[in-house]
Design a protein around this ligand. Structure first.
Ligand code: GUN
Length: 290
């Protein structure tokens, strides 16, 4: 079997173009441009790159981007006060606090402070709860982007066995929820899972999201599997590598996402989607209350 690459860059560009058309229509309807505030605390180089990519995407499609960079020593109370100000500012549609935060700041408290209707990351317990109840509003970007990638393979997920490796708040668990809502039978593997190879080998869809280079071995995969590699691990020689060690010449998988150029661009594209959606929904809500 020939292994085909799922071209996340191209699919993300399509999503981004679609959102861009949505922004143009919105503005043509005499609305102000949607606006996204990103808050970066500290000087983590990878985070700085991710935030820059988010703003470049905003600029490309007419979303107003407002990057805020706070020093690493920022106190939690200052950050929370800044979020309060953004929550109250009617010209702000989306608020994204780049993670990870410095260790002295409680991440959950920060996420819970963001108004759920401006939580364009989809990380607030309200938005995660809505997803779990099958009534999603703003969905976590990476899992939502992966669902779009899976759609492009043409697979019908109903009744398929999916294995999510990694149970993080922001990727693994919402990913399992998305797959469940799409009708898959989902296994979630984590640090206490015994015989990871067995669970991976049983799955028709494998999503690896642990941040451990090459944890999932190509030889574990079942023939014809669809493999989504969420890991973006920087190796000592500087190159990026995923969580899956796969040799495409083995021809085992039917589809696999490359690293880089797979899941990463989709996360940014779905963030654009959520920012426009947050803007529209809040404007409509305000209209219906007037
Ligand atoms: N850090 C790594 N990925 C993400 C993301 O999707 N959102 C935020 N806020 N921080 C991140």
């Amino acid at each position: 079997m020939t292994t085909r690459l799922i071209d996340g860059k191209a699919i993300a560009a399509d999503v981004q173009a679609r959102v861009g058309r949505g922004v143009s229509e919105w503005v043509a309807g005499h609305h102000r441009r949607p606006a996204l505030v990103t808050i970066l605390v500290g000087n983590d180089p990878a985070s700085a790159i991710y935030v820059r990519k988010k703003h470049e995407a905003c600029d490309a499609i007419g979303i107003e981007s407002r990057p805020v960079h706070l020093p690493a020593a920022t106190r939690a109370a200052e950050l929370l006060a800044y979020i309060d100000a953004c929550n109250a500012d009617d010209t702000v549609d989306g608020i994204l606090v780049q993670l990870p935060l410095p260790r002295h700041i409680d991440t959950s408290a920060v996420i819970e402070r963001i108004r759920p209707d401006k939580d364009v990351d989809g990380f607030h317990p309200y938005n995660i709860g809505r997803l779990a109840q099958r009534i999603p509003v703003l969905r976590p970007c990476t899992p939502a982007g992966i669902m779009e990638l899976l759609r492009h393979t043409g697979i019908d997920l109903h009744g398929r066995r999916a294995c999510v490796v990694g149970a993080s708040n922001h990727v693994g668990r919402p990913m399992a929820m998305e797959l469940l809502l799409a009708g898959a039978t989902v296994t979630v593997c984590h640090r206490f899972t015994q015989d990871l190879a067995h669970h991976v080998a049983d799955a028709e869809i494998v999503v690896a999201a642990v941040g451990k280079p090459g944890l999932v071995k190509g030889e574990w995969l079942r023939a014809g599997a669809i493999v989504i590699d969420v890991g973006i691990n920087r190796m000592p020689d500087g190159h990026l590598c995923g969580d899956v060690a796969y040799d495409p010449s083995s021809g085992k998988a039917a589809w696999i996402t490359p690293v880089p150029g797979g899941v990463g661009p989709m996360t940014v594209a779905m963030l654009m989607h959520n920012t426009l959606e947050a803007c529209r929904l809040r404007t409509m809500k305000a209209g219906s209350l007037a």
